[in-house]
Design a protein around this ligand. Structure first.
Ligand SMILES: Nc1ncnc2c1ncn2[C@@H]1O[C@H](COP(=O)(O)OP(=O)(O)OP(=O)(O)O)[C@@H](O)[C@H]1O
Length: 316
């Protein structure tokens, strides 16, 4: 295994302030101790329901969110510190693309300036060379040259997402954190964007951290996955582990939520979905300590549930 980035016991806690003196009265434990490795040229999937902490994890990795504790190791150094990120050119090597391409692309700028900006920030090129590089990026993501002088609103959602990827790859990064990159797109366009993201990955040996609430979307993208719930990972595994042999009820539930296109198996899928929902209703509760911190997430199995209930009753 060839590691690109190793995340160790990462925590991001947001303070909640209240009262007249605006004192910190509590925290949101958005990310509460996650460990994983993003390998070179591979895709790591981060999947979970809304609010589980996926985006916060992604933003912490690119340096957009302050880390409470833990380490993010890149080239042997901890890049949670800004000075280290600077010394390693980390901000060039790690880029992010977002779900909402309309608000992540400046509506007042033309494509040449939007894609040219990161090139300008990291490379010393003449205007002519910079323009050539922007054209090259447009070509890579399958956009015509006349896109150069257009504004974001002149493109479809799928095309704008391609522009987002063009901007991200312009600095020749090693990792792209893709936060729900296709969630706002129609199904047919989703497939196109995913395909060309895969194509670009092969072409440049890129790694992705692919964030989604939908296990169906990441199925053909990811080599390894983590299922996130309440700031923690409830299950990690290879694609085969997660899709063929899920252990945790949250994973099973996310899998059963993938719509079946296959008409012949639709009824069987519906029955399975009802079974999983019933199991979820029995197992879904999280377990809290006296300070209100989760000490165990929803149980993995009925025997795990029995052990937790035993603990709760004082172990008698
Ligand atoms: N700046 C912030 N201040 C306080 N709490 C925040 C902040 N950003 C996120 N949170 C909270 O942290 C938790 C995790 O949020 P996050 O956006 O990482 O989840 P997510 O899994 O990406 O969900 P979604 O897909 O809805 O964005 C949520 O409870 C959210 O309300």
């Amino acid at each position: 295994m060839s590691e690109l980035i190793t995340i160790k016991d990462l925590k991001v806690h947001y303070p909640i302030r209240s009262g007249f003196f605006n004192r910190v009265t509590d925290h949101v434990f958005a990310v509460d101790g996650v460990d994983f490795i993003i390998e070179k040229g591979k895709t790591y999937g981060l999947v979970g329901e809304s609010g589980s902490g996926k985006s916060t994890t992604g933003k912490a990795i690119v340096g957009l969110e302050k880390v409470t504790s833990g380490e993010i190791i890149y080239e042997g150094q901890d890049v949670t510190k800004k000075s280290i990120r600077k010394s390693l050119d980390y901000n060039k090597d790690v880029q992010m693309i977002f779900q909402d391409s309309m608000s992540s692309l400046n509506p007042k700028k033309r494509v040449i300036d939007i894609i040219g900006e990161p090139i300008h920030n990291f490379e010393r090129l003449s205007d002519q060379e910079e323009k050539r590089k922007v054209q090259e990026m447009l070509d890579i993501v399958g956009m015509p040259t006349d896109a150069l002088y257009k504004y974001p609103h002149e493109f479809s959602g799928g095309q704008r997402q391609r522009l987002g990827v063009a901007r991200a790859v312009a600095t020749s990064p090693k990792l792209i954190v893709a936060d729900e990159p296709v969630s706002a797109l129609d199904l047919s366009v989703q497939a196109q964007v995913l395909n060309f993201m895969k194509h670009i990955q092969e072409q440049f040996g890129l790694s992705y951290l692919f964030i989604s609430h939908d296990l169906g979307v990441v199925k053909h993208m990811c080599d390894n996955l983590a299922i996130m719930h309440k700031g923690r990972f409830v299950e990690i595994g290879t694609r085969e582990d997660i899709y063929n042999n899920p252990q945790h009820i949250y994973t099973k539930r996310l899998l059963s939520a993938i719509p079946k296109i296959d008409v012949a198996n639709r009824e069987a899928h519906k029955t399975r979905r009802r079974e999983v929902e019933r199991e979820f209703q029995t197992l879904q509760r999280d377990y809290y300590d006296e300070n209100g911190r989760v000490y165990d997430l929803a149980p993995v199995s009925p025997s795990h549930l029995a052990a937790l209930l035993h603990l709760e009753s004082g172990g008698n």
